[in-house]
Write a protein that binds this ligand. Structure first.
Ligand SMILES: Cc1cc2nc3c(=O)[nH]c(=O)nc-3n(C[C@H](O)[C@H](O)[C@H](O)COP(=O)(O)O)c2cc1C
Length: 169
């Protein structure tokens, strides 16, 4: 089985997205990194945040894992702000930290999302898919869970399909 990591980007470390991430972690053995526990500043053209937690985290990811599973709630039809900041900071790797950025090439990406609408709006996954494409990563799978009464509803078939896609070589 391949080695993967789950990047949790929710404003609630114990919310619905965390619950799904935790289930996927149990079923895959992939550890979870909660972005809320990290100090990752916004992208800055003068790289004023270069000494924060972003680069050590990305280095840890590219040196140890084959697939990154991003887990985000839907906030205003998009990924969460905390997740978007992480994506913006990948720009550091295209400018000053190129060696680390290049190691994303050949890696894989998958996405878990959670929202209260019955259906995810078209285009939600586009930034993930296009980022994967731009970075030379393979976009493997995604899964959307609807939150009801404060908990995510998990469709077993969708979960199993997702797990198969992220685990298999
Ligand atoms: C700021 C904010 C914006 C939201 N926007 C949406 C939305 O556009 N579409 C949707 O389906 N749910 C939306 N929701 C509901 C959340 O996606 C839903 O409650 C989700 O399960 C929260 O996950 P969390 O517990 O990890 O934060 C929003 C919630 C918040 C707090």
């Amino acid at each position: 089985m391949k080695k993967g990591i789950i990047i949790l980007g929710s404003s609630n470390s114990y919310g619905s997205t965390q619950k799904i991430a935790s289930l996927v972690s149990q079923k895959t053995g992939f550890p979870i990194i909660d972005l809320k526990t990290k100090h990752i500043g916004e992208f800055d053209y003068t790289f004023k945040n270069r000494g924060d937690d972003f680069l050590p985290l990305l280095k840890q990811i590219v040196e140890n894992y084959q697939i990154i599973v991003f887990a985000t709630p839907v906030y205003w039809y998009s990924m969460s702000g905390i997740m978007k900041t992480f994506f913006d900071r990948i720009s550091d790797c295209l400018m000053t930290e190129k060696e680390t950025g290049r190691k994303l090439r050949g890696m894989e990406m998958a996405v878990i999302s959670c929202g209260c609408d019955a259906k995810l709006k078209d285009g939600f996954y586009m930034p993930f898919q296009e980022t994967a494409h731009y970075l030379g990563m393979t976009y493997k799978a995604d899964m959307y869970c609807v939150e009801k009464n404060g908990s995510p509803t998990i469709n077993e078939t969708e979960l199993n399909n997702f797990l198969t896609a992220v685990k298999n070589e």
